[in-house]
Design a protein around this ligand. Structure first.
Ligand SMILES: NC(=O)c1ccc[n+]([C@@H]2O[C@H](COP(=O)([O-])OP(=O)(O)OC[C@H]3O[C@@H](n4cnc5c(N)ncnc54)[C@H](OP(=O)(O)O)[C@@H]3O)[C@@H](O)[C@H]2O)c1
Length: 172
């Protein structure tokens, strides 16, 4: 299982229920890495998608706390980690990607062996975090892409530096 996330300099990932920044190149990278795959996400995160709808061309597994709730168009709603893992086991592990938010990252990171991390070269105001993989002895950074800079025409802010990085779980 893999995980994809965008973090700021302190591994912050969101503020007041929203993303820290919307960067077109990052969204394209997200689409490339998740297209055709199974994504695991929380009910708060799917609520932030346009119209609260599932992502197209992906199996959407949504964790929802309300057992009676199963109606998200285009998504499969599950109500526990166990249920999500059983459902995800129908697919090759490499094709299952955890896409957030904070509570889902925390619970599913132990099952992941690869993390695609977009690193924003800035400290944002934030209220939710991803675990700091640089401070973890269970993870190592295996790739850091070239520094890129956001474009004020397509992105929520101009001049934001960012890197695409990849981490792998250190085999014990
Ligand atoms: N930077 C990024 O890459 C990125 C990506 C995605 C999201 N985000 C950000 O993350 C924030 C949202 O994170 P979040 O933690 O508030 O929301 P979330 O993880 O998307 O969803 C939380 C919801 O899922 C439910 N849930 C969690 N675990 C469950 C389980 N095991 N069984 C059943 N239901 C479960 C929770 O229920 P309970 O309330 O009962 O726990 C809660 O209703 C936003 O700011 C968003 O923009 C950032």
């Amino acid at each position: 299982m893999k995980v994809i996330v965008a973090v700021d300099k302190e591994w912050g990932i969101g503020n007041k229920g929203d993303l820290l920044a919307r960067i077109r190149a990052d969204l394209i990278n997200f689409k490339k890495l998740t297209d055709g795959k199974t994504v695991i996400l929380g009910s708060n995160t799917i609520a932030t998608f346009p119209g609260g709808k599932a992502l197209k061309n992906r199996v959407n597994l949504v964790l929802h706390p309300d057992l009676a709730y199963d109606a998200i168009e285009g998504a499969t709603v599950v109500h526990s980690i166990g249920e999500a893992l059983i459902y995800a086991s129908r697919y090759p592990s490499d094709d299952v990607i955890v896409i957030g938010g904070a509570s889902i990252y925390r619970q599913f990171l132990p099952y992941c062996d690869t993390a695609y991390v977009t690193k924003f070269d800035k400290s944002f105001e934030k209220d939710v975090y991803f675990p700091d993989l640089d401070a973890s002895d269970e993870w190592e950074c295996v790739s850091v892409g070239e520094r890129q800079v956001s474009d004020g025409n397509t992105d929520t802010e101009a001049g934001l530096g960012f890197y695409f990085t990849e981490y792998r779980r250190i085999k014990g």
